[in-house]
Ligand binder design. Structure first.
Ligand SMILES: CC(C)(COP(=O)(O)OP(=O)(O)OC[C@H]1O[C@@H](n2cnc3c(N)ncnc32)[C@H](O)[C@@H]1OP(=O)(O)O)[C@@H](O)C(=O)NCCC(=O)NCCS
Length: 168
């Protein structure tokens, strides 16, 4: 599948909203906590993504956000954290991704993770830490296919999380 990695922008908001609204109630919620504006105020979310990429939000490490398009439809969202702080070592790691249900099992997340690893190489990181909930079989499969080597699990939000290192 041909994928186009774009930075969040105001003119892409309708595509983002269609993407976000297609998620299943059983999916991990990608837009909670500091990312809640992805649900409640998307222009603010776009603005936050711009500031986040420049490291202008003190509580968060600098992070690139990519909206990943297949044609005119948004298939996935990718976050690449430029480096890690303590809590991210337990949960979150360098890279976060989500794919809307109708695009799943077609290699989109795998392509996004590979893109994220390339970005970390540009930033000078040596290993990518990628984590997923113990029960997230699809995400574990994606990480393992990208060369993830399992390291001891962590506990976050009261649940075990798998952790992997991928040489960058
Ligand atoms: C996890 C997620 C990103 C995977 O996206 P995707 O584009 O479907 O991933 P890919 O197609 O690259 O690879 C998925 C792999 O898992 C497999 N898979 C999918 N669901 C599965 C399941 N329930 N059990 C076992 N394997 C499963 C697929 O078959 C595929 O493996 P294969 O290519 O060897 O057949 C997507 O399911 C998602 O967005 N989930 C909700 C948000 C989320 O969990 N994000 C990750 C947080 S760590």
């Amino acid at each position: 599948m041909n994928l186009d990695f774009r930075r969040p922008a105001m003119d892409l908001i309708p595509a983002f909203e269609a993407f976000r609204d297609a998620f299943l109630p059983t999916d991990v919620d990608m837009w909670s906590g500091v990312f809640e504006s992805g649900r409640t105020n998307v222009p603010a979310y776009v603005e936050q993504a711009g500031r986040l990429a420049c490291g202008e939000i003190e509580a968060l490490v600098p992070t690139d956000t990519f909206w990943v398009f297949s044609g005119e439809e948004m298939a996935g969202e990718l976050h690449v954290r430029h480096y890690l702080r303590k809590t991210l070592l337990r949960h979150g790691g360098h890279i976060g991704y989500s794919v809307q249900p109708k695009f799943r099992s077609r290699g989109v997340a795998t392509a996004m993770l590979r893109f994220g690893i390339d970005r970390l190489r540009e930033l000078g990181e040596v290993d990518a830490l990628v984590t997923c909930d113990e029960g997230n079989v699809a995400s574990a499969r994606v990480i393992e296919r990208c060369g993830g080597v399992r390291i001891p699990d962590s506990i976050a939000h009261g649940r075990p999380h798998r952790r992997y290192l991928i040489p960058v």
